[in-house]
Each structure stands twice: as structure tokens, then as C-alpha cells.
Ligand binder design. Structure first.
Ligand SMILES: [Fe+2]
Length: 160
């Protein structure tokens, strides 16, 4: 059994719509941290090229990829099956397919951003501030939209 499912059992079984409070609480924490990381990335983008906080770069670099992977794994193992079981999910397959492909894209982007954040955080010159700013914005704006959508999904899964 996947680790996430062992830690966060779905209450009541049945159609899988009774979402454990532990799942909701965990997702709330993960989503809050994701939203905070997006805020940090926006602050970094706004501070380019001369006002960069190198400690912030290192802090975000250390958390970005692990958090994205953790959130995606949890969603794909628990949230999406709950959504699929929901009576409201008439187009669940297409929706989940889209979300999963966004996960893959976001993880690749997170790795590239992390590499640049480490480079900058360790005091090296920013290679191309304009391109890096664009890369950051092309990451955190879609991730915020993705996050908002999945928060709604969690509500749908809870309501069944
Ligand atoms: Fe997601």
C-alpha cells in the first residue's frame, strides 16, 4: 500500500467520498506551503537583478522540488481517486490527465529553477536576469492556478 494511503485512511470506505480529516489537514498544510513558495518566487522575480536575497534563494531551493514531489504524490495517490469516485466528476479522466501532465511539467521546471537558485544563492552572478524572471513567472502563475483548482477538487471530493 502506498505510504500516503497508510498514513491517511479514507473514512468510511463506500464510494471513497468521506475524506479523512487527516487528509484535509495535510493537504491544507501542503497547499499553504506551496502558496508561500510561490510568493517567495514572486519576491525573487521582483528583486531581479540587483536586490536578490541570496538566503531566500537557498531556502526556496532546498524546499521547492521536495514539496512539489510530495504534493503531487499525495494528490495522485489519494486526491485523484477520491475525485474519480465523486458523482460530480463527470470528466474526471480528462481533468486528472491534465493535472498529471502539469505535475510532470512543474517538477521539471522546479528542478531548473532550483539549479539557478542554488547558483545565485551561492553568490554567483545571475546568468540572464530577464530569462530567469520569465522562468519564475512562467512557473508560479500556473502553479497558483493549479493550486486553486485542486483546492476546489478537494471540496468536490469531500462533497461527493
Ligand atoms: Fe497538483
Amino acid at each position: 500500500m502506498p505510504i500516503a494511503a497508510q498514513q491517511f485512511p479514507v473514512v468510511g470506505g463506500g464510494q471513497g467520498r468521506d475524506v479523512s480529516p487527516a487528509i484535509v489537514a495535510h493537504m491544507s498544510v501542503v497547499y499553504a506551503e506551496k502558496a508561500e513558495l510561490c510568493d517567495h518566487l514572486e519576491a525573487i522575480a521582483d528583486s531581479l537583478p540587483d536586490q536578490i536575497d541570496t538566503m531566500l534563494c537557498l531556502r526556496v531551493a532546498g524546499r521547492l522540488v521536495p514539496l512539489m514531489r510530495q504534493a503531487h504524490r499525495f494528490e495522485e495517490e489519494l486526491l485523484f481517486p477520491l475525485f474519480e469516485a465523486s458523482a460530480a466528476a463527470q470528466q474526471a479522466d480528462a481533468t486528472i490527465g491534465r493535472l498529471k501532465s502539469e505535475h510532470v511539467y512543474d517538477e521539471c521546471s522546479a528542478e531548473e529553477i532550483t539549479e539557478e537558485l542554488l547558483h545565485i544563492g551561492h553568490g554567483h552572478p545571475i546568468r540572464n536576469p530577464e530569462a530567469f524572471g520569465f522562468m519564475l513567472r512562467a512557473f508560479f502563475d500556473p502553479v497558483r492556478r493549479h493550486l486553486a483548482f485542486e483546492r476546489e477538487l478537494l471540496l468536490i471530493a469531500r462533497q461527493g
